[in-house]
Design a protein around this ligand. Structure first.
Ligand code: SF4
Length: 255
């Protein structure tokens, strides 16, 4: 069975949401901010391609790559939209910051997988930088509008998951994990302790085993409902059992 951080998190929030997303794979309406996020990530990866040529980034070149990501030749009106302009501002700030820091990424938007007991862990890491003494730094981009008050990197389980993935999947020693708040040009770093990693291993183990054993796929209302696209299929929202009995009485799952 393949498990990603998102799969494990979704199951922990609501087993029915997991079932509808990853097992039945019900169609879901496109989420606007995901499109924005993907475009910004693609442009940032392009930034480093351009910089690799001679160590200099020309902002006009980067913005022209950004225009291509938005397909402005086909949809020129998008240039006037808030999202396009937000993204442009983010790129300009990123460019300024990175020129000063002069860090060198080893991998961008890197898909990683590794064996983990009976499971396969998978994930895509936004950026892995070369560090000192043959060590590496894992960076996860965030597009939050507000900076969190405390340092969320200190308790972010996704960062621990990525650190394990990079260590086991790419054989790299990671000594630093960080959340990069792109709208603010701020990075929050937090080294992982042995306890953090042990806790994450136990969480992966327990949650993956629970997914394999699950038979009821009961809805579990909570924060996950705020972004759930399955209100019309969810008995907790409609007040009616789902028509198909399969969902409640599944035998073998197509992992
Ligand atoms: S609406 Fe809420 S309870 Fe229903 S499937 Fe989605 S997350 Fe679960």
């Amino acid at each position: 069975m393949q498990v990603s951080y998102n799969k494990l998190k979704t199951f922990g929030e609501c087993p029915l949401k997991y079932r509808l997303t990853y097992v039945e794979r019900l169609p879901r309406p496109p989420i606007a901010w995901l499109g924005f996020q993907r475009r910004v990530h693609l442009a940032l990866a392009r930034y480093h391609d351009i910089a690799k040529r001679d160590g200099t980034v020309r902002i006009d070149e980067l913005l022209s790559a950004y225009e291509k990501v938005w397909e402005l030749d086909k949809y020129p009106d998008l240039r006037d939209g808030t999202e396009y302009q937000d993204g442009e501002e983010i790129l300009r700030m990123y460019c300024d910051n990175e020129q000063r820091k002069r860090r060198v990424p080893a991998y961008l938007e890197k898909k990683v997988r590794c064996n983990f007991g009976p499971y396969v862990l998978t994930g895509k890491v936004d950026r892995i930088d070369f560090g000192e003494d043959d060590k590496y730094s894992v960076v996860d981009y965030k597009l939050d509008r507000k900076l969190p008050p405390a340092n969320p990197a200190a308790v972010d389980r996704q960062l621990s998951f990525y650190q394990l993935l990079v260590r086991e999947g790419l054989g790299l020693t990671v000594d630093d994990v960080r959340l990069y708040y792109l709208r603010h040009g701020v990075e929050k770093a937090a080294p992982r302790t042995r306890e953090h990693l042990h806790e994450t291993v136990a969480w992966v183990d327990d949650t993956a085993a629970a997914i394999q054993k699950e038979r009821r796929w009961a809805p579990c209302e909570g924060d996950a409902c705020k972004t759930c696209p399955f209100f019309k299929q969810c008995p907790a929202k409609t007040g009616h059992a789902r028509e198909s009995r399969e969902v409640w009485a599944q035998a073998v799952l197509p992992w």
